[in-house]
Design a protein around this ligand. Structure first.
Ligand code: SF4
Length: 340
């Protein structure tokens, strides 16, 4: 097995994600002996990437950017949980506690954006992990990514639950001027119980909404995704109304919504979580999630309720070509829900 350098030894070679997957496969995450354990108890493994722009199909955009993999926000419903198995890690604790940091991400992106063949298509930033999770305060990869996009005159949509995005309003304003950018702040609900239970590592929902206001005040096109609405936790009419009112009160330019969907490792994780923490709810989730989405009638009912509330509080529905779903929403049709 090759030996790997200590963290922060900038002159030494970092492993690739494939090498990390091979090491985990043979020795588990304990084999990541050069991963840095920080005060948040998560471990951060620096890697090098060969490409930054990731081509995708079947989405409202053709390219995604993700400088980190794994997310310490640790949302129970996160659909990106299932992607961690690509690195031979599980979609439970390891998704939220072993984070891969693509140390050379911005340099690789800058080269890609410089190519004459790059046509400056819209890119979706933060589709498989949150670009403003706490470690961004240290690495600043997301800030430097926005700077690179501005230099490359490339429009983007950014999805996050991290109020830290406000730190970068200066470079977001630059990108707004040269190419355009939309910030989608994910605030599924302002209900504190649902927040504590479902999104244990995130900032308070009202802190996220204050970030939206600051971005809008700085001239950035920023709005809110209520994504995902989780049946039984954030789907009641009262909770939807409180959330949409708060979103409107904070000056969001738009609001969109999705009902939770469950697939593969995310489904496994979520159902285990419900069975362990809320066993009385388990049979209802089993009935509602026979497929990866709840039935159409349920989704339409919630969607209709949200539309009524959007009209009532005067906040625009999500729209336009620059739509960027986040890891908990994917590129599925918009939906919403109340009651169960
Ligand atoms: S839903 Fe977003 S913020 Fe939550 S764990 Fe997934 S990537 Fe992180």
């Amino acid at each position: 097995m090759p030996s790997f350098p200590l963290l922060f030894d900038l002159g030494a070679r970092k492993p690739t994600t494939r090498e990390i997957a091979d090491r985990v496969k043979s020795g588990g995450t304990a084999a990541l002996t050069d991963a840095d354990r920080r005060a948040d108890e998560a471990r951060y493994q620096e890697v090098v990437c060969r490409s930054a722009l990731n081509p995708v199909k079947g989405m409202p955009f053709n390219w995604t950017l993700n400088p980190y993999r794994g997310c310490t926000h640790g949302c129970q419903y996160c659909f990106a949980r299932r992607y961690h198995v690509q690195f031979e890690m599980d979609s439970d604790d390891e998704f939220a506690s072993v984070i891969l940091v693509k140390r050379n991400f911005v340099e690789v992106l800058a080269r890609e954006l410089d190519k004459p063949s790059w046509t400056r298509e819209h890119v979706a930033f933060g589709t498989a992990t949150d670009p403003y999770q706490p470690i961004e305060g240290h690495y600043k990869l997301s800030r430097r990514t926005i700077e690179a996009l501005a230099r490359g005159r490339t429009p983007a949509g950014i999805v996050t639950k991290g109020p830290m995005v406000v730190r970068d309003r200066d470079v977001l304003a630059d990108l707004t001027r040269v190419a355009g950018v939309t910030v989608y702040m994910s605030v599924p609900t302002v209900d504190e119980d649902a927040w504590r239970i479902l999104e244990p590592g995130t900032a308070h929902p009202l802190q996220r909404l204050r970030a939206v206001r600051e971005l809008v005040d700085a001239g950035i096109n920023a709005g809110v995704l209520m994504a995902p609405i989780v049946p039984g936790f954030s789907s009641s009419r009262g909770k939807l109304e409180r959330t949409i009112k708060a979103i409107a009160d904070h000056g969001a330019r738009f609001v969109g919504c999705n009902v939770m969907y469950l697939q593969d490792g995310t489904r496994t994780h979520f159902m285990k979580f419900i069975a362990r923490e809320f066993p009385a709810m388990a049979p209802r989730f089993e009935r509602l999630y026979v497929k990866k989405y709840p039935p159409d009638w349920y989704r339409k009912e919630i969607q209709g309720m949200v539309r009524v509330l959007q009209d009532r509080y005067g906040v625009s529905p999500r729209g336009g070509a620059q739509q960027t779903p986040e890891p908990d929403t994917a590129a599925e049709p918009e939906q919403v829900g109340f009651g169960w």
